[in-house]
Design a binder for this molecule. Structure first.
Ligand code: FE2
Length: 444
């Protein structure tokens, strides 16, 4: 009795220190910049706006006194109205004049409310081997189930140059709690490894009054992507160069034709042999009813003309890849751009009506991809969230600049079974159509 009274008294007296104040920086993100060998951008937010929000940066050192040499940079502030009422302050700081291939340490916040110091390395100014991680749609149950995927990818590739998200990071574009879940899932990884993000249809809301799609109010404050795309699509249509390769983000949700000339110019002016693209909607979808002919008609010929290595896509909530054979009558199967579709979150679609021309198909598997880039070879590896190799291929360059495609056989039981089932379903459907003489119409 006496013991329980003492315990009860202790509980009443215990006052845990608050781990968060309204000025505590949260949702800290290291952003890819147009030239990551010279600059870095960090974004974050707080509930209350402190008097002097800023970022600080110094050369990283094992000697803890490195912090006294830190340079301070004032942050730009913007307010975002929260759908549930009230507002949050978002900040952005750009560190410029950095040295290439150098380890720096930064922190953000305000006096008395700084983040921890975070180490990151600037890119090399010259071509050099690197790897990056690519995710398809995270979208649903992001805290509860996508967290496993980003954390596993970090365990396997902790020195990835950046993490690329091919749209639909969340489900409801303006749901503050969903964005909170996305930041929670990646935690401090978002602050330490640069993010590259292109928006999906779930980052766009339909403004019924204006009868137009509008990007999530959180997108631009959170993702300070390069602003070198077409006017009006800042931070969703952009490009950057990284250690001997050009990366292009197309906003496949809006103004498709408007971006076509820009795409051609951006590929034409690429000083490197290698180019990658990312966009949410697939040029080649896994299922007929999800086809995107407008995008294919606008961009595919240019992608082919400039020998883009891989187009990294999402949207279909399945796994697929396809390289378009080139040469006379498309007989050269070991060539062409590779179009990939992947999914990282738990929402899955069926492959029931899958296109069987796909080189690989998969379903019901949460995945992340590691892409290793050198000037001689690109190696693409898809992994399950539990760490098994699921699919792989390699690309090299022919003397004329075209891609040489090298298939890698991966005996993933899970994927092979999905492919077999999809092809069998297709054959059964074809037989059904043949016997009835007409195609059955189905609704989705
Ligand atoms: Fe999606």
């Amino acid at each position: 009795m006496l013991t329980s009274l003492i315990v009860a008294a202790a509980l009443v007296q215990a006052k845990p220190q608050p781990e968060w104040t309204p000025e505590t920086p949260v949702r800290i993100l290291l952003n890819m910049t147009a030239d990551a060998s010279k600059s870095a951008k960090v974004t974050w937010r707080t509930a209350n706006t402190p008097e002097k929000p800023l970022g600080q940066i110094a050369l990283a050192s094992p000697d803890p006194r490195f912090t006294k040499d830190a340079k301070s940079v004032d942050a730009k502030v913007s307010a975002v109205e929260l759908p549930a009422g009230g507002q949050a302050s978002y900040y952005e700081v750009e560190f410029t004049g950095l040295q290439p291939e150098t380890l720096y340490s930064y922190r953000v916040g305000s006096e008395g409310n700084f983040s921890e110091w975070v180490d990151f390395k600037t890119a090399s100014a010259a071509p050099k081997d690197f790897s990056f991680v690519y995710f398809g749609d995270a979208q649903n149950d992001v805290k509860s189930m996508w967290s496993r995927v980003i954390r596993k990818s970090f365990r396997e590739q902790p020195n990835a140059a950046f993490m690329l998200h091919a749209g639909d990071l969340i489900n409801l574009p303006n749901a503050d709690n969903e964005w909170g879940d996305w930041f929670y899932a990646g935690g401090w990884i978002h602050g330490a490894i640069p993010t590259v993000a292109t928006p999906g249809n779930h980052e766009y809301a339909n403004n019924k009054e204006k009868q137009q799609l509008e990007i999530s109010r959180f997108w631009k404050p959170q993702f300070a992507m390069p602003e070198n795309g077409i006017a009006g699509l800042e931070r969703s249509n952009f490009y950057f160069d990284y250690q001997g390769a050009r990366f292009i983000s197309m906003d496949s949700n809006v103004r498709i034709e408007d971006q076509t000339a820009w795409l051609e110019q951006t590929l034409k002016s690429n000083p490197h042999k290698l180019a990658f693209m990312t966009q949410h909607h697939p040029v080649y979808s896994t299922a007929g009813e999800r086809d995107n002919p407008k995008i294919r008609n606008a961009w595919e010929a240019i992608i082919k003309k400039y020998n883009v290595a891989i187009v990294l896509q999402g949207h279909d909530h399945t796994y697929a890849r396809y390289n378009v054979p080139t040469g006379i009558q498309g007989h050269d199967k070991n060539s062409g751009t590779v179009y990939t579709v992947s999914v990282s979150g738990p929402k899955m679609y069926m492959l029931g009506k899958a296109k069987t021309y796909m080189n690989r198909l998969g379903e019901f598997t949460q995945l992340y991809q590691i892409i290793k880039v050198s000037q001689k070879k690109v190696r693409y590896e898809a992994y399950t969230s539990t760490g098994e190799l699921y699919d792989a291929f390699e690309l090299t360059k022919n003397a004329n600049g075209t891609n040489k495609f090298i298939d890698v056989k991966v005996n993933s039981k899970q994927r092979l079974e999905a492919e077999k089932a999809a092809r069998a379903a297709k054959l059964a459907k074809a037989a059904d159509v043949h016997s009835h003489g007409t195609k059955k119409h189905r609704h989705n």
